[in-house]
Design a protein around this ligand. Structure first.
Ligand SMILES: NC(=O)c1ccc[n+]([C@@H]2O[C@H](COP(=O)([O-])OP(=O)(O)OC[C@H]3O[C@@H](n4cnc5c(N)ncnc54)[C@H](O)[C@@H]3O)[C@@H](O)[C@H]2O)c1
Length: 333
């Protein structure tokens, strides 16, 4: 009898990582999941997964900034999915050193572990933010990189290390570049939970940052399927390559909030909050994906349109037990 393949996941305690953990278990994997060490022994969002899913998950507390911790996570794994990162753009203005430590050095630690252990597959996580404001649309993987925030720069640093490990050592790394992902469990620093959370908490005056930028919003279950697709595809199709994951549909933040009002059946008064406005040259004004390369290599296609994904997200935030985990009355960065 062959045993189930073992996937090691960094950032498994987070929004996308917890959904990916569920998707890996659903597709027959065992998962070794890193939750960032903390003295509360909190496993983050892994704590809300159903018992039968958790039965297939070994949770280990650790830190990607620590090489030994990463190596122990990757030992014996058939694939490593590296999602751990600091991801908030506003906080990257305040604490840029921590972004380099986590997103650049942390990625280097993962690459070194995979290289020295001979792990058969590494999926490294990039972000559409590395493209900056679109110069041509839809954005293909050949679009120039233009890092407009310390967050984007630190992610691009990790990407370049991943590329260099493939070129220098033949490390079997594939880079997935998700566009804005949304859904249950996302943190309040992102626009969709911010708007839905404020409405679910009873407010009809919604305060947000700039309403003009456009984004390509991908539902988290579709993003998790994209990770699985590149993590399990034949090596000759994906290894050494970068893949966008997005829907190809773009919507402005202002129109998005109007759509949220429609889905939640609420009349909303949307206001721009000056403290949420980013420096002009740092704000990415337009992102929309061409995910044709991912579709051609793996057959991946998104299954949720925005209205359907928002309805599922609203359902999550309307549950008082879920909403209680959030602070809807402050600016979360
Ligand atoms: N959410 C999006 O729209 C989006 C879009 C593109 C790319 N991404 C990328 O996807 C990945 C996951 O993002 P997310 O939205 O789930 O964010 P998240 O903040 O919910 O998850 C990131 C997780 O990384 C963990 N982490 C942070 N520092 C760590 C450390 N030093 N050691 C170990 N773990 C650490 C955190 O505990 C957190 O749970 C990130 O790499 C992010 O850059 C996200």
């Amino acid at each position: 009898m062959t045993s189930a393949p073992l996937a090691a996941v960094t950032g498994a305690d987070g929004f996308i990582g917890s959904h990916l953990t569920e998707a890996l278990v659903a597709s027959g994997h065992r998962v070794r999941a890193m939750a960032q060490y903390n003295s509360f022994s909190s496993y983050g969002w892994l704590e809300v997964l159903p018992r039968d899913v958790l039965a297939e998950v070994e949770v280990v507390l650790g830190d990607v900034r620590d090489p030994g911790s990463v190596r122990a996570l990757a030992e014996g794994a058939d694939a490593v999915y590296h999602l751990a990162a600091l991801i908030a753009i506003p906080y990257s203005y305040r604490a840029p050193h921590s972004y380099v430590d986590t997103n650049v050095t942390g990625t280097l630690n993962v690459l070194e572990a995979v290289r020295t252990l001979g792990t058969p597959r590494l999926v490294h996580t990039s972000t559409s933010e590395t493209y900056g404001t679109a110069r041509t649309v839809p954005i293909t993987e050949d679009h120039p990189i233009n890092t407009q925030s310390p967050y984007a720069a630190s992610k691009a640093g990790g990407d370049r290390l991943a590329d260099s490990y493939h070129a220098s050592f033949g490390t079997p790394v594939v880079t997935l570049r998700p566009f804005n992902t949304y859904g249950p469990r996302q943190s309040m620093r992102a626009v969709i939970p911010t708007a839905i959370g404020q409405v679910a908490a009873g407010s009809r005056t919604i305060t947000l940052g700039d309403l003009r930028p456009t984004r390509d919003f991908t539902y988290v279950a579709d993003t998790a399927r994209a990770f699985l697709a590149v993590g399990t595809a034949p090596a000759d199709r994906v290894v050494g390559r970068t893949f966008n994951a997005g829907t190809g549909q773009e919507i402005s933040v202002g129109d998005l909030v109007r759509l949220i009002g429609k889905v939640m059946d609420a009349d909303l008064d949307v206001r721009e909050d000056p403290q949420r406005i980013r420096p002009a040259a740092s704000e990415v004004m337009r992102l929309v994906a061409d995910a044709g390369r991912l579709r051609d290599a793996t057959g991946w296609a998104p299954e949720h349109d925005l209205e359907r994904g928002l309805a599922r997200t609203v359902e999550f935030f309307r549950d008082p037990a879920h909403l209680a985990r959030y602070k809807t009355d402050i600016y979360n960065i």
